[in-house]
Design a protein around this ligand. Structure first.
Ligand code: PLP
Length: 394
């Protein structure tokens, strides 16, 4: 919702005044609804990681960590990316610890995109991207994903058409929030070819790198030919280890790009979360089996929710990753996803979020809503039952 005309907020930030998430959460509380609008888990991360954070506090690691992040975490991130993807990063200059992936995204855009330059986003997109572009005084063009049966695909022609001589950066997010889409290797290669051909930087948001289902594997953008030197990869402990409140993230890439991210980052927060850093390093080194278990359990949860939504008449998209499912509102249109989500907590006892708020073309997306399935089994089963009753009562 744009701020009122008398707002004291600077004009470039006025379109970002408030989000729909707070409203949906308030409605869920008011109607005692199960909140599948919120994208965070209701269980804790690995016990040894939580203990490592408590131990770090007890051990006195409570002052400013080094600006780029504690060496133990930078080394663990580099070792993890080498082991899983074969990508080599110098932990001294090519890995930067940030305040969640969110700060890495903002700092990358502020540090690498000049005012007046253009950034291309794929729509629907995570809400911080456009706000960060606006903070940088740059502008964005958003390219809607296309529908192909029950999945979303990149519209490569539209992507090509969106690149202008002013385009500096392309933001890619796979696995994708809010749709759950995992881009295919053909799609990733096409993006890589475009970036090389037009000499663009790529900001690759890979916070859901571990959450890919049905035997898929995650392919990092930086692993494609010609991409390492032009890609800033962003990830975080939030989704991988179920600690969204720790805000421990990172940016990786060639030293010249990471230097630019660090330059912006040092004046946003300088540092944060000292005791969490060795704990996340511990988890990267010792808790990969926990992550595999979580992935398998999330795949079952996705199936449970998808079945319930189909049974209730929603058209469900076959998300291959993340903890979200995107679904078409039941019945024949015209639909308004925002109105639908405003009444769903009272009608069904379940909350969801509208997809159009993640876009610049709401009329193309207002028949869709997003449900999160990162919730305990008993919570999801109850939500499924409630949605099922919605189907029966029309
Ligand atoms: C959750 C999320 C983030 C933010 O991650 P933090 O580490 O909590 O800052 C960034 N991008 C996407 C797509 C997300 O879903």
């Amino acid at each position: 919702m744009p701020s009122a005309p008398h707002s004291r907020t600077v004009s470039r930030l006025q379109p970002f005044g408030s989000t729909i998430f707070a409203e949906m959460t308030a409605l869920a509380t008011e109607h005692d609804a199960i909140n599948l609008g919120q994208g965070f888990p209701d269980t804790d991360g690995p016990a040894s990681m939580l203990e490592a954070a408590r131990q770090a506090i007890a051990d006195g690691l409570n002052q400013y960590p080094p600006g780029p992040g504690m060496p133990v975490l930078r080394h663990a991130i580099a070792a993890d990316r080498l082991a899983r993807y074969g990508i080599v990063h110098d932990p001294e200059r090519e890995v930067l610890v940030t305040v969640g992936a969110t700060e890495a995204i903002s700092a990358a855009i502020l540090g690498l995109v000049e005012p007046g330059a253009e950034v291309v986003l794929v729509e629907p997109y995570y809400d911080s991207y456009a706000a960060a572009v606006a903070l940088a005084g740059a502008t964005w063009r958003s390219v809607p994903m296309a529908q192909d049966g029950d999945r979303f695909v990149l519209d490569l022609d539209a992507l090509h058409a969106a690149i202008t001589p002013k385009t500096r950066m392309l933001v890619v997010n796979s696995p994708h929030n809010p749709t759950g889409t995992v881009l295919t290797s053909a799609e990733l290669s096409a993006v890589a070819e475009l970036a090389c051909e037009r000499d663009l930087l790529v900001l690759s948001d890979e916070v859901y790198e571990h959450l890919v289902f049905d035997g898929r594997t995650h392919t990092p953008m930086a692993s494609l030919p010609g991409m390492y030197e032009r890609t800033v990869t962003v990830s975080s402990a939030a989704k991988t280890f179920s600690v969204t409140g720790w805000k421990t993230g990172w940016a990786c890439g060639p030293a010249e790009l990471v230097d630019a991210v660090r330059t912006a980052k040092q004046f946003m927060s300088f540092v944060a979360g000292g005791p969490f850093q060795p704990a996340v390093a511990h988890a990267l080194e010792h808790e990969q089996a926990w992550v595999v278990d979580m992935r398998n359990s999330l795949q079952r949860k996705r199936d449970l929710l998808a079945d319930a939504l189909s049974g209730a008449g929603f058209g469900v998209y076959s998300g291959g990753g993340t903890y979200f499912l995107c679904a078409e509102i039941p019945g024949t249109g015209p639909h308004n996803d925002i109105e639908f989500c405003r009444t769903l907590p009272e009608r069904a006892g379940v909350a969801a979020v509208p997809i159009s708020v993640f876009t610049d073309h709401p009329e193309q997306w207002n028949h869709m809503v997003r449900f999160a399935f990162c919730k305990r089994d008993e919570v999801l089963v109850e939500a499924a039952e409630r949605l099922g009753r919605l189907g029966v009562s029309g």
